[in-house]
Design a protein around this ligand. Structure first.
Ligand code: ATP
Length: 234
């Protein structure tokens, strides 16, 4: 479904991605793990068109989207939930959700998507008129995911959804991710919580300083001595 081919990204003189290649097959959860600054967010931002790589290609459903604008990429069915959620704290929850569908001019469809999001995240429905800034961290992550789902993505990119959440909420968010996948959404998940990410993923990639250093079946990576040592606390 998604193919990233040898992307090179620079920020001025900083060579952030030194030839990243990866594949996300339809129907799977694929995770990208690695330490702070390894290049995970840069990879996601390149895929969704927020950063243009110096070289390399991003192919989505057989089409080259490397030079396509982010809005158009969202229209084609690929949406990102950014790191840190980026919700609009001073706007009510329902308006945050509406923004996720701003490219869709069909009001009926937008209302249907909203119903689905509320069915999945009942807490958002209960609080739909409250300001988003009043939500807890876990609820804000749910809102960010709900907002992304408003664009009805076939491929969802998640950037560190567990960041800053308590262990119970991390579990809840991961079980939602698994459910979304079981219901048909393909997922590329960036995480520092390697154990949780590998436990729900089909495949995984390990990124270190702008390169993929390990790739394989998620269960194999969980058992791999290198991954255990570097990311699972020994
Ligand atoms: P984190 O988990 O901390 O977000 P990451 O794996 O997502 O880390 P990136 O954010 O992709 O890593 O960063 C990769 C490298 O690029 C880092 O060395 C970072 O300092 C650098 N970098 C990222 N964004 C910029 C920017 N806008 N300008 C300059 N350097 C940047």
């Amino acid at each position: 479904m998604l193919k990233v081919e040898d992307i090179q990204v620079y920020y001025g003189a900083i060579h952030a991605l030194k030839g990243i290649s990866l594949e996300v097959p339809q129907g799977q959860i694929v995770t990208l793990i690695g330490a702070n600054g390894a290049g995970k967010t840069s990879t996601l931002n390149t895929i969704c068109g927020l950063i243009k790589p110096k070289s390399g290609k991003v192919i989505f459903e057989g089409k080259d989207i490397t030079a396509v604008a982010t809005q158009e990429i969202v229209k084609r069915g690929l949406t990102q939930v950014p790191e840190g959620r980026r919700i609009f704290a001073n706007m009510p929850i329902y308006e945050n959700l509406e923004l996720g569908a701003f490219l869709n001019k069909n009001k009926k469809e937008v209302a249907e998507s909203m119903e689905k999001v509320y069915a999945r995240f009942p807490r958002l429905l209960e609080r739909k008129n409250q300001l988003a800034g009043s939500l807890s961290g876990g609820e804000q992550q749910m809102l960010a995911m709900g907002r992304a789902l408003m664009s009805k993505p076939r491929l969802l990119l998640l950037d560190e959804p567990s960041m800053g959440l308590s262990p119970i909420l991390v579990k809840e968010i991961f079980s939602i991710i698994k459910e979304l996948n079981e219901q048909g959404t393909t997922i590329l998940l960036v995480e520092q919580n390697a154990k949780m990410a590998l436990s729900i993923a089909h495949k995984g990639y390990v990124v270190e300083t702008g390169r993929i250093v390990l790739a394989g079946d998620a269960k194999e990576l969980l058992e791999s001595p290198e991954v255990k040592k570097a990311y699972l606390g020994g």
